[in-house]
Design a protein around this ligand. Structure first.
Ligand code: PLP
Length: 1010
């Protein structure tokens, strides 16, 4: 294939005497200076591929020559099996034309015009959030916050860990629950997690879960999907039935209520809680954080699990997301709680430090014993919501809530004056209004509202819903009230003659909040913008992101998140749209979605796409549910065996279990490839019940296996479907695709391959693409129907999942174009193979193909160092922090290994810098092996070395190496030092002494005076 950036002809031979490192650093200029010249003097100069792909032509030529190749084509032919290659025409500039950065922005503006900025009063869990500008600019739009990875390396992540603890504390305090996690994907999936926890908490024996009729329809739809896999029976109705119906109570494992409910009513569920508890079941409550500033907290009236969406705390609606859901529960359920939990531990110096707690409890780590599969969640959005609470503090939140409530009361008086009946006399911010009482219809109201650019909730032909929020002012309210007056032909409402309203009048007195919330210092300090800005910057300065150095996490594809693709995200024509806005108001979004789906189909070779799943793991679950629906449609619903290689990511078996499948493991051969004999034997053994095979390709061992098509054929021959985990799609685009490999369905991690930033642990998007025969089963949505009649129910709360960030992947694909996408894959493979080449004499490369090549990542095995020097993978990882690097993926998929993925975005210089660091650490390890340094007190075991350790007195230092060797082992660090802010964190202590909220006022005073 002819490369635009590097010629297929032989690059000039480089003198073998010159080391790669020095060559990479030699010229004073790099990059575009050596890229292909523009086609004419007037050609656009803001093409994206040259900005996105790290190595320039000279560096590519150098790497190829180091590997012994004369052309990129020759190299790729050795890395990727010829039989799975696709034609270059499949992903080319003809199939996906490339736009320049400025053309992309013009196109995004054009699409944005198709989204009508109607004022939404639809509610149903989605509000017009007011994002404080200091948070918008300095968190949401800041790469220091959006580029870091999940905080698996806590010593270089204390900033966002503290912020996530703020999130947990905020949720615990507002809900009055004992413990809360650091976000789930959305409110509907959080409710589904609550249902499943209720089920397993009861020993999976009682199968009935009751859902109150006041629960939002999208939540109910996701519960229906999720209940199926576990064999849970959903009963929907008036929840007071539980109090009366003994037969129901005898089989109940839990119940879900919404507080306030979707229609705005506020009910007292305290006797219900007692009744549910007496049936040994759990009460799950979906709630609203702003309402809880005025309502008695669910933890105070007996809820066991409290879930909800934190979006109205300063996160844009974004046509459905991303938003951070929360999940809080009682102490006794904490070890079963799904999702990520941040806890406080101590570092090697005994100082408090945050970390991910109870990781063994994490569901995806429990593999087939899991009942949930949360990996990526919504960290960035949780941080935004937490910052919002920090900024406003409890008093600010109360003021916002009182204003919203007072305006809602005013609206009630005004619509009643126009003749309407408000169905719910008790409410916080939502009214359900009966139109015929004013001699009009719901349709007339919707007509009058859309005429003035307003959307109301469509309930049916008689009722409409209205939900107010922080964005609504008195002027908006008058316009809104006049919509009702107009439709009823009543007198217009004048702002000069408004009735008086009381601040809490419509909240039932027994349910008014008496308890205080957010008393912690952090929520009562940073209320001026200056202080807030400094707090945000204080935290971000502790965290290592892509803004500092490469993050070579294998399987995570931490590539450039370009600013050009991020910019449209916060334009109001995309950020303010309600997910249930009528389709004719969102033609821009729908066009963008259609284009992205179509491009993803071209890339994967599949027929249809669903963008609904909010993470890779959610995509796995959706894809497997689609497979199950397909089997059912053919009368083969009994097929329930899922074959999964032992090397698979933990979310694979967890997702399979959630989809109601039984997991059977498939072995790997000593060379890391799939054991086809074992696969065949197991496929044949289970042929009558075989539902699916899940495979990651290239494998999690970092190689393209020759036998992938044979493996898929074996499955098809035995009646199964093939699920291809597309987390490694970065190695495939333009060279091969999941359909050609033999798959029927794949998910993609848009937050990896397609450049959505990782956000410190989310958001993510895990769309699935499927072959034609599976297309009819792609998920639909109860409020915005998008699927066929055979579609599975919703897997996410919003019809297109985290719609706003689809813009990023859309922009990434459009700006690279087919050719740039393909070039990116070439560069990703080359970078990884060059790295393997540089490290091969220093570390043992665990797997390569028969031509000696890896795919887009490499696995190095460190087990020899355990034997010779007592060094574990963690010791190497922590020492890399001293060199200013985020360590690679540690101890996965093999416990003694590091999985390293450089991606295409890193330049040769950065790759060399990383390799130099690894080689230098290898030398430090040698000193331990040879006895020059003791095994228990050395540079690796004591790593990382924060400033607080380096500045201890000479007596305290007490180490057989210098401070210089600890902090500045290589010269470049004098210029580019990133300081870990704590020393190594004690994991075991943190789990044994679990603390997962902010320090109390007393603790803060103590630490300040220490
Ligand atoms: C191979 C593989 N599959 C699935 C996943 C799950 O993706 P997510 O974290 O978006 O749920 C990952 C994430 O690390 C992965 O590496």
């Amino acid at each position: 294939m002819a490369m635009r950036r590097v010629s297929c002809l032989a690059p000039k031979r480089v003198s073998s005497k010159v080391t790669p490192t020095s060559l990479a650093r030699k010229p004073p200029t790099r990059g575009l200076a050596t890229a292909k010249a523009p086609s004419s003097l007037f050609a656009s100069l803001d093409t994206f591929a040259d900005r996105h792909i790290g190595p320039d032509d000279r560096e590519i030529a150098l790497m190829l020559s180091q590997l012994g190749y004369e052309s990129m084509d020759a190299f790729v032919a050795d890395a990727v099996p010829p039989k799975i290659r696709v034609s270059p025409a499949d992903v080319s500039n003809e199939s996906i034309p490339a736009l320049t950065e400025s053309e992309l922005h013009a196109r995004a503006r054009e699409l944005g015009q198709g989204n009508k900025p109607f004022k939404s009063y639809i509610g149903m869990g989605y509000h017009n959030a007011v994002v404080p500008p200091v948070i918008l600019r300095n968190v949401m739009e800041s790469p220091a916050w959006y580029t870091p990875y999940t905080p698996y390396q806590p010593e270089i992540a204390q900033g966002r860990l503290e912020s996530l603890v703020n999130f947990q504390t905020m949720i615990m305090s507002m809900t009055a629950m004992d413990i809360a996690n650091a976000s789930l994907l959305d409110e509907a999936t959080a409710a589904a997690e609550g249902m499943v926890l209720s089920f397993v908490n009861n020993g999976s024996k009682k199968r009935t879960f009751f859902v109150d009729q006041g629960v939002a329809p999208q939540t109910l739809a996701v519960l229906r999907t999720r209940a199926k896999g576990f064999g849970i029976q959903l009963v929907v109705g008036d929840v007071s039935r539980i109090l009366e119906d003994d037969t129901l109570r005898s089989d109940i494992c839990g119940a879900l209520v919404q507080y306030p409910d979707v229609n705005g009513s506020i009910k007292d569920f305290s006797s219900l809680a007692e009744s549910v508890h007496s049936a040994k079941a759990l009460l799950v409550c979906a709630t609203d954080l702003l309402a809880l500033t005025m309502l008695k907290a669910p933890g105070e009236w007996g809820a066991d699990i409290v879930v909800g969406n934190s979006a109205r705390f300063g996160v844009p609606a974004g046509y459905g997301g991303p938003h951070a859901a929360f999940f809080a529960c009682t102490e006794k359920l904490k070890r079963k709680m799904p999702g990520r939990l941040i806890g406080r531990s101590r570092d090697a110096q005994g100082k408090p430090a945050y970390r991910l707690a109870l990781q063994t409890r994490e569901q995806h780590i429990r593999r087939e014993k899991a009942t949930s599969n949360i990996c990526t969640s919504q960290a960035l959005l949780a941080n935004m919501a937490a910052m919002y609470a920090v900024y406003h503090g409890p008093e600010g939140l109360k003021r916002i809530a009182r204003k919203v409530h007072a305006l809602t009361q005013l609206l009630k008086s005004l619509v009643e004056k126009s003749g309407y009946r408000v169905v719910n006399s008790e409410f916080f911010d939502t009214l359900t209004i009966y139109a015929p009482a004013a001699n009009t219809t719901a349709e007339a109201l919707h007509k009058a509202s859309t005429d003035v650019g307003i959307n109301l909730r469509r309930i049916d032909d008689k009722f409409v819903g209205v939900t107010l929020d922080e964005s609504v002012g008195l002027d908006d309210l008058i316009v809104l009230a006049n919509v009702f007056a107009t439709a009823a032909s009543a007198s217009p409402i004048s702002p000069l003659n408004l009735p008086h309203v009381d601040s809490v009048a419509a909240v039932p007195s027994a349910l008014q909040r008496k308890s205080t919330f957010l008393p912690h210092v952090v929520f009562n300090t940073h209320h001026s913008e200056t202080e807030m800005l400094r707090y945000i910057y204080h935290l971000q300065s502790k965290d290592l992101g892509l803004v500092h150095a490469m993050i070579p996490l294998g399987s995570c594809t931490m590539k450039l998140n370009s600013t050009s693709s991020m910019i449209p995200l916060t334009w109001s024509e995309f950020s303010t749209i309600h997910p249930f806005a009528p389709k004719d108001q969102v033609t821009g979004y729908l066009q963008l979605i259609q284009e992205l789906e179509s491009d993803l189909c071209k890339i994967t070779g599949f027929h249809a796409c669903s963008l609904q799943p909010n993470s890779g793991a959610a995509g796995e679950y959706a894809g497997l549910s689609v497979i199950r629906a397909y089997h059912e449609s053919r009368g083969e619903g009994h097929r329930d065996i899922c074959l999964i290689p032992v090397s698979a990511h933990g979310t694979n078996p967890a997702s399979a279990v959630m989809a109601g499948l039984k997991v059977v493991s498939v072995k790997s051969l000593p060379d890391g490839s799939l054991d086809l004999e074992d696969l065949k034997a197991k496929a044949e053994k289970h042929k009558d019940n075989l539902a699916a095979f899940m495979i990651t390709y290239p494998s999690t061992f970092g190689v393209f296996e020759d036998g992938v098509q044979d493996a898929c054929q074996i499955i098809h021959d035995n009646g199964g479907q093939v699920y291809l985990d597309g987390a490694n799609l970065n190695a495939q685009i333009g060279l091969t695709n999941p359909a050609t490999c033999g798959g029927d369905v794949c998910h993609m991690n848009l937050h990896k391959t397609f450049a959505i930033p990782h956000g410190g642990g989310g958001p993510g998007v895990g769309p699935i693409c499927v072959a034609k025969h599976l297309a009819p089963f792609l998920p639909t949505h109860p409020v915005v129907p998008i699927g066929d009649e055979n579609a599975i129910n919703a897997v996410s709360a919003a019809p297109f999942g985290s719609a706003s960030i689809l813009l990023i992947s859309w922009a990434y694909i459009k700006m690279l174009g087919g050719e740039g996408l393909s070039e990116s894959t070439h560069a990703a493979l080359l970078n990884a193979n060059y790295m393997a080449h540089r490290l091969k004499d220093h570390y043992s490369l665990r797997y390569k193909n028969k031509n000696g090549r890896v795919a887009h990542e490499l696995l190095i095995d460190l087990q020899e160092f355990d034997k010779t020097a007592g060094l574990k993978v963690t010791d190497f990882a922590k020492r890399l922090q001293d060199y200013g690097f985020h360590p690679p993926t540690c101890s996965w998929p093999i416990s003694t290994c590091m999985l390293i993925e450089p991606t295409e975005s890193e330049t040769l210089e950065e790759i060399d810098r990383f390799c130099d660091a690894m080689i230098q650490i290898r030398k430090e390890a040698e000193d331990i092996i040879t006895g020059k340094q003791p095994k228990d007190n050395n540079l690796l075991k004591n790593a990382p070395h924060p400033i607080s350790v380096l500045t201890t007195s000479d007596a305290e230092w007490n180490r057989p190496y210098s401070r210089q060797a600890a902090a500045f082992p290589v010269p470049w660090l004098h210029e580019r030092k990133f300081w870990p802010t704590v020393s190594r964190i004690d994991d075991a202590y943190g789990d044994l002494n679990l603390i997962c909220d902010c320090p109390s006022v007393e603790e803060t005073v103590e630490s300040q005076s220490a």
